[in-house]
Design a protein around this ligand. Structure first.
Ligand SMILES: Cc1cc2nc3c(=O)[nH]c(=O)nc-3n(C[C@H](O)[C@H](O)[C@H](O)COP(=O)(O)OP(=O)(O)OC[C@H]3O[C@@H](n4cnc5c(N)ncnc54)[C@H](O)[C@@H]3O)c2cc1C
Ligand code: SF4
Length: 335
């Protein structure tokens, strides 16, 4: 049976590794962090069903306990090259690894909110990102800039997505429902805190997303404002003042909030960008490109190099896992 190297131990890489190992393949999985699933363990509860992110991470990590899987943690793959019909990888310590096949599962990275200076991230303490908010929810420590319970929290959609200035014209697909999920969690922990979501338009496309949106209004009193925040500034008492336009009413609007949560989009991770470029399969916005989005979405233009998960585009965990299963089936059918 052939050997395969999988780059990235997120949900995509792990699910594919488990299936390939169960079918007798010799699997090596490489992860740059100290432990797998760093983009899951930094979250609290998961849409659509508020499952505990750590429970899911535990279930996935269990799948790596196969004698046919060799884990290489704290190992960043920095280059890949052809080696006859197979592949050679090199890590950040200069060590090389060879295998017959290669699966890219290097995932995404959140948009860096520093790039939207006008929104004041890292300038005003009350401005945080959706990742910061995930951690505050997880640690049951949703606090304003002076360590007190916030009276009001404003969520701002489309930060670094659908945005000319940051160069990302695409929709990140998950931040609308993530804001609704976080606003519900906020109201569960702090029922007296006001929650506002500023949106351009709401994209509740997935199963149960629309129901979550309704629930957030009917059961938790979350308020939705159609409008874009153009600027944030600090106030003398550590709060954040926002300037926006309510585009339904056609009126300019000023509001003060204790926390402004920037719903950052999903970009191709550095690993995805660099390795896809090196392999000559880099698509739009640095994501890896499959040869056909309908019929061959796990194949790349390079023979023996397969793709799965958010290294291709933003996806939910459910879609990522389904895509990893599809990649494993494709690999087994060709190996
Ligand atoms: C704020 C936020 C909240 C979210 N909440 C939810 C939710 O509630 N429900 C839901 O379904 N989805 C949610 N998501 C999306 C979810 O995080 C992704 O669907 C999922 O993590 C994608 O898995 P993946 O394996 O494709 O990529 P990743 O999870 O990004 O895994 C890729 C792995 O590859 C590693 N890697 C990258 N480059 C290299 C390299 N060169 N060498 C070695 N290793 C490398 C990374 O360290 C990482 O561990 C959320 C996303 C965000 C931003
Ligand atoms: S999912 Fe919503 S918040 Fe995210 S980019 Fe798309 S429209 Fe904007």
């Amino acid at each position: 049976m052939k050997s395969i190297s999988i780059i990235g131990a997120g949900p995509a890489g792990i699910e594919a590794a488990a299936i390939l190992a169960a079918h007798g393949m010799s699997v090596s999985i490489f992860e740059k962090s100290e432990s797998p699933l760093s983009n899951i363990t930094d979250k609290a509860f998961l849409f659509p069903n508020f499952a505990d992110a750590n429970d899911l991470a535990h279930k996935l990590a269990e799948k790596l306990k196969s004698p046919s899987i060799t884990q290489h943690l704290s190992t960043e793959i920095v280059s890949l090259s052809r080696n006859g019909k197979g592949w050679t990888l090199k890590d950040n310590k200069g060590q090389s690894y060879s295998s017959d096949l290669l699966l890219l599962a290097t995932g995404y990275t959140p948009f860096d909110a520093h790039r939207k200076e006008e929104l004041g991230y890292d300038i005003y303490k009350g401005v945080v990102t959706s990742l910061d908010m995930e951690r505050m929810i997880r640690d049951k420590a949703i606090l304003n800039s002076i360590g007190e319970k916030p009276r009001r929290v404003v969520f701002l959609q489309c930060v670094g997505s659908r945005d000319e200035k940051s160069g990302n014209h695409y929709c990140s697909k998950l931040c609308c429902v993530t804001a609704v999920k976080q606003a519900i969690e906020l109201k569960k922990q702090l029922p007296d805190t006001e929650a506002y979501i500023f949106y351009m338009d709401l994209r509740m496309w997935g199963q149960h997303f629309e129901e979550l949106y309704r629930e957030s209004q009917q059961d938790y009193g979350v308020r939705f404002v159609r409008g874009r925040i153009s600027e944030a500034s600090g106030t003398f008492d550590g709060r954040v003042q926002i300037k926006a336009e309510d585009t339904l009413m056609g009126l300019p609007l000023k509001m003060t909030t204790d926390l402004l949560v920037l719903m950052v989009g999903m970009e191709a991770s550095v690993g995805t960008r660099c390795l896809a470029k090196e392999a000559g399969i880099c698509g739009e916005y640095g994501f890896a490109q499959s040869i056909d989005p309908h019929m061959d979405d796990n194949l790349s233009a390079q023979e023996g190099l397969f793709l799965c998960g958010t290294c291709k585009r933003p996806m939910t965990i459910a879609d990522t896992i389904a895509d990893a299963r599809s990649a494993a089936t494709t690999i087994l059918s060709l190996a």
